[in-house]
Design a protein around this ligand. Structure first.
Ligand code: BV8
Ligand code: ZN
Length: 277
């Protein structure tokens, strides 16, 4: 590991260890080591389509069968993936626990961690439930601001329903339909050009405003409004730690950038595993 990287990791680790309120924003990159293709990286294509071509209400209106084929393929791929060391380290960090005792040696303050994910793969929730164990029936779950691959909703009346294991995408007539109104079901994700759920956005941005530190992991920071979260933390006097093997538009604003994969960096940053100083 290069000396610079070591230094950045130590700086990032100290910054996060001293933060009482942490907001975390993750993107497709944190799931890359679980085998889930990212959107804009090498594996980000499906056949010859880009996500922006298919993840829109217009694409669904034009060719619901093709859009369902893409989502059925992703559902089946993701259902064979498991959370990786990055998800697990973040889940353990997000469990409420006393931060280091205050500088005055006073009572340790409880750290609050809000995980906000752009991902729809459900891997953060699985890691959170595994970290909390059976004893905690309601662990702190991530805010899935772009929805979930594993829930459906009606394209007309909005009624939600759990996603069936398989979808017959052979013909439009075989696509799933709403039990209430008979309209086509769609995956319960937020497409480009669609508004995010107001309540979820409000919670995410309130956490970003209050945060001492925003940890940004595995996102190209191109998609809004999610990409504004770390900017809001900076504007309110907090710091930003970025974990990404590539440079992004956020990098020049970040307090620290750790040029490493999430699966390697997060266990060291968040739990001090293997840190050599
Ligand atoms: C809205 C769900 C308004 C579907 C997704 C302001 C400025 C500019 C544009 C806009 C703006 N406001 C709105 C827009 C338009 C648009 C937008 O942002 N477009 C972009 C492309 C310019 N935003 C919207 O349309 C949003 N809606 O604002 O509505 C509105 C208001 C009222 C009424 C009506 C409308 C909705 C956006 C949500 C779109 N849905 N997903 C699905 O998944 O099928 S977005 C999609 O992109 C995914 O959620 C994905 O997570 C997200 C972002 O991509 P990333 O996660 O960053 O993934 P990417 O591949 O790009 O990058 C991966 C990164 O990981 C890379 O940097 C790589 O280096 C790194 N990496 C790789 N391996 C690793 C790694 N890092 C760490 N470890 C590794 N191992
Ligand atoms: Zn309906």
């Amino acid at each position: 590991m290069s000396g610079d990287l070591q230094k950045e990791i130590a700086r990032a680790r100290d910054l996060l260890a001293g933060a009482r309120r942490v907001v975390v924003l993750t993107g497709a990159g944190i799931s890359a080591e679980s085998g889930v293709p990212t959107f804009r990286g090498g594996g980000g294509l499906w056949r010859s389509f880009r996500a922006e071509d298919l993840a829109t209400p217009q694409a669904f209106a034009r060719d619901p069968r093709l859009v369902w084929e893409w989502y059925a393929w992703r559902r089946s791929l993701v259902s064979r993936c498991v959370p990786n060391a990055g998800h697990a380290a973040l889940a353990r960090f997000a469990l409420e626990r006393p931060a280091a005792p205050g500088a005055s040696g006073g009572a340790p303050s409880i750290r609050t961690v809000t995980v906000v994910t752009q991902n729809v793969d459900g891997l953060h929730e699985r890691a959170a439930r595994e970290a909390a164990g059976a004893s905690d029936p309601a662990p702190a779950l991530p805010l899935e601001i772009h929805g979930s691959l594993f829930r459906d909703r009606c394209s007309r009346c909005g009624r939600g329903s759990p996603a069936p294991a398989t979808v017959d995408t052979s013909r439009v007539e075989t696509l799933p339909r709403c039990a209430s109104c008979g309209a086509l079901l769609r995956p319960a994700v937020i497409w480009f050009g669609e508004a995010l759920e107001a309540g979820v956005v409000a919670r995410a941005f309130s956490a970003a405003r209050a945060a001492d530190a925003c940890l940004v992991v595995g996102t190209s920071t191109l998609v809004h409004p999610a990409a504004s979260l770390p900017i809001v933390t900076l504007e309110h006097g907090g710091s930003v730690v970025e974990v990404n093997p590539e440079v992004t538009p956020l990098s020049e604003l970040a307090s620290v950038s750790v040029r490493q994969n999430a699966g390697d960096a997060l266990p060291v940053l968040l739990a001090g595993e293997g840190l050599r100083v």
